[in-house]
Design a protein around this ligand. Structure first.
Ligand SMILES: NC(=O)c1ccc[n+]([C@@H]2O[C@H](COP(=O)([O-])OP(=O)(O)OC[C@H]3O[C@@H](n4cnc5c(N)ncnc54)[C@H](O)[C@@H]3O)[C@@H](O)[C@H]2O)c1
Ligand SMILES: O=c1ccn([C@@H]2O[C@H](COP(=O)(O)OP(=O)(O)O[C@H]3O[C@H](CO)[C@@H](O)[C@H](O)[C@H]3O)[C@@H](O)[C@H]2O)c(=O)[nH]1
Length: 446
């Protein structure tokens, strides 16, 4: 099949590459000229594990190409995916200007029947708006389909190639057949394609993201309470998650959810509710709690050092909003760095993939280092913000040599309390008792 993917970011590039991998001819379109030029020259523009191999193979074999020429791509394609940004507008609603702007151009360009697919995360009713925008100038038949994407960054290729499910919203039999043919290779292992109406498909995406964000937020509140009452959230998480009605995944407390999706999608669903005179109380609480949680680690650090970090170096391990990506959109690290700088700290930071993006934001206000241990020289505290595997088994005796004080604040619960007790660090994590050798000694002495 011939496919155009308009918008070649995290979703567009992964979707386009994976559709090419199943034998389709895919033209990816973007209006960012330098992005298209890099891709045309074989240079990936995002870090995503597993993408390089598929990208190399499909560009080499001519099934995956890149252009800034929207009209050329539209004329060549039977299916047109819109993988465009839908960032939050000032009032929290999803900004549809990118999607509708492109939709308006499509009408004039289409010379034959096309299926236009909303891959972007868009509010209920958008398929109708896209249809109306295209219809203004269209002289041929077309169908607009809602096909929300559920991939996670960091495992995007795997998620796309082996989706738990594919959701397709359409009321057209003709479009349904086209979409079924396209997705059939991705669900061979028995996972379902669910066909439904457009509005339900659009809502499914927001409901899934908002539910997951709520689940994480609930665990963050449990963790905060565990700290106060002396329980261990890791034990609680395991105990809860073994109930098959609850399940083990997405129960990890931390420094708040971030990324380009949960924050904006929770906000947009709350706005949809408000616009329809429905007060979605849970979502309002989720947003409030998450905004607070992003400051929990920095506030603990500032308090530990008596409210002022002047003259102290705080080292950060992890900047990306999650491991295995270079994406820093709404990353908790941004809020933590701002707090630490405001309290007078010198901040040193290391991340395997996200340093370039963070440098663009903070410039020389943060000292970015090339090796994880370089961040620790003369530091008063190590703050762990992203759970990259490389941080899981460090050389603690070398860390102790490098640091001025043996203090770790861990926003991701990477280390066991028993290990940290033995090693003799002050260790503070999320939802667990802190380890303070000095205090426990004085307790036994008194
Ligand atoms: N990132 C994710 O993990 C993820 C997962 C599922 C769904 N989504 C949704 O998918 C959509 C895209 O997200 P993303 O993370 O890929 O965004 P992105 O910002 O990484 O990519 C969007 C791309 O569209 C391009 N673009 C903007 N205007 C254009 C135009 N007029 N013509 C052509 N190209 C244009 C930009 O240059 C950019 O490359 C959003 O609605 C998002 O909510 C994202
Ligand atoms: O137990 C958990 C799981 C996640 N997170 C945080 O939640 C955020 C989002 O993580 P994740 O969902 O893994 O990454 P995304 O790439 O943002 O993916 C989400 O957002 C995408 C865009 O809509 C959807 O397609 C995916 O299904 C959905 O998981 C990150 O800050 C994580 O650190 C936690 O704090 N605890």
């Amino acid at each position: 099949m011939n496919i155009a993917v308009v918008g070649t970011g995290y979703v567009g590039l992964v979707s386009g590459t994976c559709f090419a991998e199943t034998g389709n001819h895919v033209i990816c379109v973007d209006n960012n000229e330098s992005k298209v030029e890099s891709l045309q020259n074989g240079q990936l523009t995002i870090y995503e594990p597993g993408l390089e191999l598929l990208f190399g193979r499909n560009t080499k074999e001519g099934r995956l190409t890149f252009t800034t020429d929207l009209e050329y791509a539209i004329k060549k394609s039977e299916i047109i995916f819109l993988a465009l940004p839908t960032p939050p507008g000032e009032d929290g609603s999803a900004d549809l200007s990118y999607v509708l702007g492109v939709a308006e151009q499509l009408g004039e360009m289409m010379d034959d029947y096309k299926v236009i697919v909303d891959k972007s995360t868009v509010p209920v009713g958008t398929a109708e708006k896209v249809t109306a925008a295209i219809a203004k100038k269209a002289k041929v038949d077309f169908d607009v389909v809602s096909n929300p994407e559920f991939l996670r960054e960091g495992v995007a290729v795997d998620d796309f190639l082996k989706p738990d499910r594919v959701v397709i919203g359409t009321s057209s039999e003709r479009a349904q057949k086209v979409m079924h043919r396209l997705y059939e290779p991705f669900v061979r292992q028995g996972n379902p394609i669910y066909f439904m109406d457009e509005r339900s498909a659009e809502m499914t995406k927001y409901a899934a993201n908002s539910y997951l964000a709520t689940r994480i937020t609930f665990m963050n509140e449990i963790a905060n309470l565990c700290e106060i009452v002396g329980a261990n959230v890791d034990m609680v998480r395991i105990g809860m998650g073994s109930d098959s009605r609850i399940g083990k995944r997405f129960l990890f407390p931390g420094v708040g959810y971030g990324g380009s999706c949960f924050p904006k999608d929770v906000q947009a669903l709350a706005k949809t509710a408000k616009d329809n005179d429905y007060d979605f109380n849970i979502l309002n609480s989720v947003m409030n709690v998450n905004n607070r949680q992003k400051h929990v680690l920095s506030e603990k650090i500032i308090k530990h050092f008596g409210g002022d970090l002047t003259g102290r170096t705080i080292a950060l391990w992890g900047l990306a909003f999650k491991p295995n990506t270079d994406d820093i959109r709404e990353a908790p690290a941004i809020y933590i760095i701002e707090d630490l700088l405001a309290a007078g700290a010198t901040v040193t930071a290391y991340d395997p993939e996200a340093m370039e993006n963070m440098r663009a934001l903070f410039g020389d206000k943060v000292n970015f280092v090339e090796h994880r241990y370089d961040a620790l020289k003369d530091a008063s505290c190590l703050a762990i913000v992203t759970e990259w595997s490389i941080f899981r088994t460090p050389d603690f005796s070398y860390i102790a040599e490098l640091m001025k004080e043996k203090v770790i604040f861990d926003g991701r619960n990477l280390y066991s309390l028993e290990d940290m007790e033995e090693i003799g660090f002050y260790y503070n994590s999320i939802g667990r008792n802190s380890i303070d050798k000095k205090k426990s000694k004085s307790k036994t002495l008194s």
